[in-house]
Design a protein around this ligand. Structure first.
Ligand code: CDP
Ligand code: MG
Length: 876
């Protein structure tokens, strides 16, 4: 019945023909429910739960009057045995007060929207309500999607802990990693994982409930899921096997999914959880200064030395900044514990795993600010150390004036405290156990200070934060709509995000938020809301996945906020270039009916971006599969090599990975592959962790690459009978010839990201000559682009290269990452779209030459003049 299902969500999702999630009146819905044996009701009075849940005799069946329940449906209460103290903590959460209203709404409606401030307990408690109401019985699961992996892992742990259940029952699944078992009842996963599951089981038959968490973040996958689930829910209802959908969100722009006729003809009920938000006083800086990292440092120092106890949460834009700030704050206010009667000394136990390079910290630039290591702080004996009491400080002082900006004075002020600071980093790539540290109370006598990226904005709530320092910026990938080239940009965040950040200060008591920018900046430069991800990034992946599901007219799909038409067109174009889609004969660009090709179909089965998927699909023909799998896996996992900006060692390691061979024959993706191969090799003798540490490899990433290799290999094996490919960790490095073929494969996948070095001799203007020295022209970018210093090719300057991405540093300089040298004569066959052939050459189809084991394209003629002025090249 795959066809029927597909039909429902595709082509013409005509509302009148489609039964909608909440399309029925309440009475009808109830009538229908009574006839359905799998229906569950929840009529437990909250008081009863509060008393009974922790007592010895847990009730098997809830007590409480049947309010909305038809007589024949038994009320269900699945007991939970919580560890001591958990119930008291739960009772303080605002959602607990609404449990009954929430569960009634869920029983009565198939789709419910639950809105509430971050920290009100939505993520941790809803799965528990549902579990207790019996939604996880009979082999069915409660599924919760998170846009961030961090959240999926940490929430599954937390919920498992609160329920006294092991990870066998409360599990998580993120890409290539997880602990799901046969017994899993509550499953946290990233939204991408659920989307993949829909592709193999469209009606999600194993789930009784799907919770889409953090829907306000508007991640692409959550948005697609919302569209798909708006069709799956009625489908399941018609089959008498209901699926409940709960959309959870901060109280932001709910109308996008509530008042959206395309999604839900009748708006689903919205339950608002009132949360105790204490007042937060917002202080703007008088001026907006460029160097927000320095500003953040100064502000944190001031808060710490002057203000009453309470955690500090600092928002900066990226991992690098987090680390730099953590390092410097730790130096300024070191935490050291002297164990009585012993020589042993323990310093900040959470180590950052980077080298102690100071390059990226602003002290150097401002000689007025003392280098933190010049501040002589004694080793602190906490027993003697006075803790600032709130009584000493006048409330007025809470308003830090912006005028006194001299830290020297602050530090030298005898009244100022030098209590240790318990400084912790928080960003998404931080290993899980280190992330978990932020939830623990700081050691006595010290002040908690968390330096975070916007991970801490909504998905994680850190207890006891009283001061928020907000730089007002966030790091975003910006994509050029026409070229598809991405650049990392630090931009102002939105007003909604800034307010979310401020709100983090008011969770446990009144708080203060220090914004490191002026109110004029906030009013004039900040957007109201962040634009949903779907509308700001290329949707190639999305389009390919939808087409593979038989949804051809992606433009008609009920997205909460659909991508722009030109965005969709650009993606279709790129996919057509990659050979994944094909226009039907005679059809034009705007008929939106390009169909998926068989190449595209096999690309869609790989859980990696279309570019990489194409490399895999083509590699099969080249007998290079094991290498391609390893390379694609290494490319698909972020930050395998630890790249601290300006870290010379990393560059040295990259060169080392290149070996003594000619790095022109390799390039960065292949160096990455070799590094992974070498690590695995070391791993066979048990030395993986130390090897990684020694060679600037991220252990977690290496393990993830391994899992991805296994998964990709399994998928390819199941697609190709009798292949029986096995992952060989000891894979020898590719031969030169194999390396050449791998570079050709890379070109096949990255064929629209070709760059050519500009010959300075062709430039007359002296200034321009300097500007373009060693620089490349990339696609339609006007500015010179350089090879980043971490690349193995950084000194080689090959004339023709392909790159994984271009990104912007400090808002102006452009760099290429993931660079590979190519030969121009490969272009006509592997990137034909770049070549405007001056002779009609229909027969330039590449042929495989077994004597040289390479792709050959026999062309006689000229080609050149691509969109970006390639000179005519003669090739034979
Ligand atoms: O989802 P929502 O933002 O509404 O709240 P939540 O994530 O369910 O968090 C509820 C409470 O649990 C917060 O006070 C968190 O600080 C706490 N929590 C915790 O103590 N440890 C965790 N690992 C996760 C949450
Ligand atoms: Mg949450």
């Amino acid at each position: 019945d795959g066809n029927e299902e597909n039909h429902l969500v595709c082509e013409d999702h005509n509302m009148r023909n489609t039964e909608m999630g909440t399309g029925k009146s309440k009475e009808n819905a109830l009538e229908e429910k009574c006839g359905c044996e799998s229906e569950i009701s929840h009529t437990v009075e909250r008081e009863v739960i509060a008393v009974d849940k922790n007592s010895e005799q847990l009730p098997q069946v809830a007590i409480g009057g049947p309010k909305i329940t038809a007589p024949n449906v038994p009320a269900v209460f699945v007991p939970v045995n919580r560890p001591p103290g958990v119930q008291e903590a739960r009772m303080k959460l605002p959602v607990l007060a609404e449990e009954q209203a929430i569960m009634e709404a869920i029983n009565e409606n198939d789709v419910v929207v639950l809105a509430g401030e971050t920290g009100s307990g939505k993520t941790t408690q809803l799965p528990q309500f549902l579990y207790e109401a019996g939604y996880a019985r009979d082999g069915k699961m409660i599924g919760i999607t998170e846009p961030r992996r961090v959240a999926a892992i940490s929430m599954s742990r937390r919920v498992g802990f609160e329920m006294g259940l092991s990870s066998e029952n409360v599990s998580y699944l993120i890409r290539y990693e997880g602990n799901v078992t046969e017994k899993t009842q509550i499953k946290f996963m990233t939204d991408g994982v659920l989307l993949k599951e829909i592709q193999s089981d469209f009606i999600l038959s194993r789930y009784a409930v799907i919770i889409l968490d953090e829907a306000h973040e508007r991640s692409v996958y959550t948005d697609i899921l919302l569209g798909l689930l708006s069709r799956i829910v009625p489908l399941r209802r018609r089959r008498g096997n209901r699926l409940k959908l709960i959309v959870m969100s901060a109280t932001l722009r709910l109308e996008d999914f509530v008042q959206n006729e395309k999604l839900f003809r009748i708006p689903p009920p919205v339950i608002n959880v009132e949360s105790r938000q204490f007042p937060v006083t917002v202080h703007f800086n008088k001026y907006t200064r460029e160097d927000y990292l320095k500003e953040a440092y100064l502000k944190a120092c001031k808060i710490h030395t002057r203000l009453p106890p309470g955690g500090i949460l600092i928002f900066v834009t990226g991992q690098q900044e987090v680390r730099a700030l953590v390092r410097n704050l730790r130096k300024a206010f070191p935490y050291r514990r002297m164990e009585i009667g012993s020589e042993k000394e323990e310093s900040n136990s959470v180590k950052l795993e980077e080298s102690e390079s100071e390059d990226d910290f602003p002290h150097k630039k401002n000689p007025k600010v003392k280098r933190s290591d010049e501040i002589h702080l004694p080793i602190i004996d906490l027993d003697e150390y006075p803790v600032v009491s709130s009584g000493d400080v006048d409330e007025d002082e809470l308003v830090l004036s912006d005028d006194n900006r001299d830290m020297e004075e602050e530090i030298d002020d005898p009244k100022a405290t030098r209590a240790p600071m318990w400084v912790l980093p928080l960003y998404s790539l931080l290993p899980g156990h280190k992330q978990a540290k932020v939830f623990e109370p700081p050691p006595p006598g010290s002040r908690l200070c968390v330096v975070a990226t916007n991970v801490a904005e909504t998905s994680l709530t850190i207890p006891s934060v009283r001061y928020v320092v907000d730089c007002g910026k966030e790091k975003r990938r910006r994509y050029d709509k026409t070229t598809g080239v991405s650049a990392f940009m630090v931009t102002w965040t939105s007003k909604a995000s800034a307010n979310q950040r401020a709100g983090r200060a008011g969770r446990t008591g009144p708080g203060h938020c220090y914004r490191l920018y002026s109110s004029a900046m906030f009013n004039d430069q900040f957007e109201e809301y962040s634009i949903p991800e779907m509308q700001r990034k290329p949707v190639d992946d999305l389009v390919l996945q939808m087409k593979a599901m038989g949804i051809h007219r992606v433009i008609n799909f009920p997205f909460p906020s659909p991508p722009g038409q030109e965005q969709l067109q650009a993606s279709e174009r790129r996919l057509i270039l990659l050979g994944a889609l094909q226009r039907r004969e005679g059809s034009s660009e705007d008929d939106w009916a390009a169909r998926i090709t068989s190449l595209g179909q096999s690309m869609a089965t790989f859980p990696v971006a279309p570019r990489f998927a194409k490399m895999l699909a083509l590699s099969h023909q080249q007998d290079l599969l094991a290498y391609t799998i390893c390379m694609v896996a290494a490319l698909a996992v972020p930050e395998v090599l630890i790249d601290t900006a300006g870290n010379k060692e990393t560059a040295a390691f990259r060169r080392m990975w290149a070996g003594t061979g000619n790095s022109l024959l390799l390039g960065d993706p292949m160096v990455l592959m070799r590094a992974v191969g070498a690590a695995e090799h070391a791993g066979t003798t048990g030395g993986l962790a130390s090897f990684c540490e020694k060679h600037a490899l991220r252990l977690k990433a290496v393990v993830e690459v391994r899992k991805l290799r296994l998964q990709l290999t399994a998928e390819i094996n199941s697609a190709i009978p009798d292949l029986d490919l096995v992952v060989d960790p000891q894979m020898p490095p590719p031969s030169d010839e194999q390396a050449r073929l791998l570079r050709q494969l890379l070109l096949a996948g990255l064929g629209d990201q070709v760059a050519r070095r500009v010959d300075p001799e062709t430039i007359k203007d002296e200034e321009d000559k300097m500007k373009w020295k060693h620089a490349y022209r990339c696609g339609e970018l006007e500015e010179p682009v350089r090879i980043h210093s971490t690349s193995v090719l950084r000194r080689e300057y090959p004339e023709w290269v392909i790159y994984q991405e271009v990104y912007e540093v400090e808002g102006q300089r452009l760099f290429m990452r993931g660079v590979t040298a190519i030969e121009p004569e490969w272009l006509p066959s592997l990137a034909p779209a770049l070549c405007h052939l001056s002779l009609p050459l229909p027969e330039y189809t590449p042929t495989y030459d077994s004597s040289t084991d390479s792709i050959q394209c026999h062309i006689t003629g000229t080609y050149g003049r691509a969109a970006w002025n390639l000179p005519i090249v003669q090739i034979e």
